[in-house]
Design a protein around this ligand. Structure first.
Ligand code: DGL
Length: 277
């Protein structure tokens, strides 16, 4: 089973893309709402929370983990994952697939626009995006938004969220860029507000959600289109293709009406359960 990890609802934007591509897959999802937002915590605190989250997912049947949280992805690319758990597990996180996709486009000449990363302070402070892009010869700009993920997570009013995005976008435009990467999984839920804010400033900026690249990477790395749980005779394709929708087990560390509402909105057609642990 695939485990997905985020501080709260952000990872649902990645799970949505995964379920559109692979509805058959069974998922256990952990949202650490009690400790959200992650993006304003120290690296030390986040490493501990990452180890705890990994443990919860492994205990609940996950074999592979997709970190649908940029703020902890730094710890998911440690050389020694034993620092997180004694048990072994496969991992796909947000940063490597995103950088790889842009590096490929860069080398081929298909995309050489200046990139701005919008993310939480923790993601920017870890410097992992900056360093990984640099290794590919790409210099990027970054902009941290401390209060946006929390406002989305805890259901702030539309107007308040719009003001946060407006302020961030106007300030970010002091730098020069043509492509904006939404490198916090909460942000795609307010992509329209980013679009509006750029338009207000008369800027044509293309906005990119890394979820697609990350999900493709997980499908490939974990062989998700050929599940090992099926008998060899069934794995030929037809049985798997016609298998009905997989189940989703949501585990949350604190109850949240916003989380329940978002799950209902996005995954109503799937069989799912929500458990507060
Ligand atoms: N959605 C997460 C991320 O991608 C965490 C946001 C937060 O909890 O601050 O960074």
């Amino acid at each position: 089973m695939l485990g997905i990890f985020d501080s709260g609802i952000g990872g649902l934007s990645v799970l949505k893309v995964l379920k559109e591509k692979m509805p058959q897959i069974d998922v256990v999802y952990f949202g650490d709402i009690k400790n959200a937002p992650y993006g304003i915590k120290t690296q030390e605190e986040l490493k501990k929370l990452t180890a705890k989250g990994v443990e919860i997912l492994l205990k609940n049947g996950a074999v592979n983990i997709l970190s649908a949280c940029n703020s902890i992805s730094t710890f998911m690319i440690l050389d020694d994952l034993k620092e997180l758990s004694e048990k072994s597990f496969g991992i796909v996180e947000m940063i490597n697939p995103t950088v790889e996709q842009f590096a490929k486009k860069w080398v081929s000449g298909a995309h050489q626009n200046k990139i701005m990363i919008f993310a939480t302070p923790a993601t920017i402070e870890s410097k992992t995006y900056q360093n990984n892009f640099k290794k590919e010869g790409i210099e990027i700009e970054t902009f941290a938004i401390p209060d946006l993920a929390g406002a989305i997570e805890f259901g702030s009013e539309e107007k308040e969220i719009e003001e946060i995005v407006d302020r961030a976008v106007s300030k970010s435009l002091e730098k020069d860029f043509e492509t904006a990467l939404l490198c916090c999984t909460h942000y795609p839920f307010v992509k329209d507000k980013f679009e509006k804010a750029f338009a207000k400033n008369n800027k044509k900026i293309s906005i990119f959600n890394p979820a697609e690249a990350v999900v493709n990477s997980a499908i490939k790395k974990f062989n998700l289109n050929v599940p090992s749980s099926l008998r060899a005779s069934e794995r030929s394709g037809e049985a798997w293709q016609s298998r009905k929708n997989g189940k989703i087990k949501f585990l949350i560390s604190q109850d949240s009406p916003t989380f329940r509402q978002k799950v209902k909105e996005l995954f109503n057609e799937f069989e799912y359960s929500i458990e507060v642990i």
